[in-house]
Design a protein around this ligand. Structure first.
Ligand SMILES: [Fe+2]
Ligand SMILES: [Fe+2]
Length: 169
């Protein structure tokens, strides 16, 4: 078991929630279930769509935003700029994919999926699942587990407070 710092715990918990959603999206868009378009009239399907839109908003607007504006520059100052540059590039690839998926979902929540809409959803969802999963694994190892090396406990605590404020703001 890893001991998380206060900031590490907050980011990690969001990563785990996002990974769980990526798994659910993956399960619902591949194999046998992937042949049947998501039906917004079905309770489970609708919940998955709504959670997807909410998670993209949380991840992109809040989580990525804090990492890019606050966390990555501080970590770059401590000598790991190559890693944070790469992680920011991954954000830049994930953000438009998330936006596209949200647009498809919002439309589907109103009028359901037609054939091409379902194909597009599956295609974008798969790419998003792959990229996000890879990104989060990298951040867990490269950042979350190494936070005690980057920041003194008081700094970590201050950043955790700052992130708590950022999330509600
Ligand atoms: Fe993250
Ligand atoms: Fe990230």
């Amino acid at each position: 078991m890893t001991d998380f710092t206060p900031l590490g715990r907050m980011l990690h918990e969001e990563h785990i929630r996002t990974l769980a959603l990526m798994n659910a999206l993956d399960t619902r868009t591949t194999g046998g279930p992937g042949k049947r378009p998501i039906d917004p009239a079905d309770t489970d399907d609708r919940q998955l769509l709504e959670e997807t839109v909410a998670a993209i908003d949380e991840e992109v607007n809040r989580h990525f935003g804090f990492e890019e504006a606050v966390l990555f520059p501080l970590i770059a100052d401590r000598g790991a700029g190559d890693m944070t540059r790469l992680l920011a590039q991954e954000h830049a690839a994930i953000t438009p994919l998330g936006r596209r998926l949200s647009e498809v979902v919002v439309k589907a929540l109103e009028s359901g999926f037609d054939g091409p809409g379902w194909s597009e959803f599956r295609e974008v969802a798969q790419e998003l699942v792959d990229r996000v999963t890879f990104h989060l694994q990298k951040e867990e190892m490269g950042i979350i587990q190494r936070l005690p090396l980057f920041f003194a406990p008081a700094t970590d605590r201050r950043l955790a407070d700052q992130y708590a404020e950022h999330r509600t703001g």
